[in-house]
Design a protein around this ligand. Structure first.
Ligand code: CMP
Length: 140
């Protein structure tokens, strides 16, 4: 089915200057960028975005990392977009990520892991709405 998912290029990948390489992977896989922005998140914005992880031991480090520099946030649209995007990213921990995935190629650690992607269609809708009002998503 035609789906949308929320994707974030994290501060480590922005600093490595691989925004374009990552966008190219999305496009070559048939995912369209239908919303996009660069943003240096506030602590409040990062905490709110990752609220589901609030009780996890890595929460504070995750938030600090996500506000360490600007990120690039996009909504991707395509057939089976949620799973397709997760396959392109590879495993959360780059040590476990399959060769050729974004995390295998650009991530350094489980914290600095280059990209974020929604883990389900339900969360995708929540995450897209967190960053993009409906008027800023361009169906195409
Ligand atoms: P992300 O997909 O952005 O969702 C939450 C992030 O927490 C995850 O990627 C990792 O970068 C980070 N993280 C750090 N430690 C862990 C862990 N043990 N399990 C899952 N995520 C972790």
């Amino acid at each position: 089915a035609l789906e949308r998912t929320l994707s974030i290029i994290k501060p480590d990948a922005v600093a490595k200057n691989v925004i374009g390489e990552i966008y190219t992977r999305f496009e070559k896989a048939g995912l369209k960028v239908v919303a996009s922005k660069m943003k240096h998140l506030s602590k409040q914005e990062a905490e709110g975005f990752y609220a589901v992880h609030r009780e996890r031991p890595f929460f504070a480090a995750l938030v600090e990392f996500m506000i360490s520099g600007p990120v690039v946030i996009q909504t991707l649209q395509g057939e089976n977009a949620v799973l397709k995007h997760r396959d392109l990213m590879g495993a959360t921990n780059p040590k476990d990520a399959a060769p050729g995935t974004i995390r295998a190629d650009f991530a350094d650690s489980i914290d600095a892991n280059a990209v974020h992607g929604s883990d389900s269609l339900e969360n995708a809708a929540i995450e897209i709405a967190y960053f993009f009002p409906a008027t800023d998503v361009y169906a195409r």
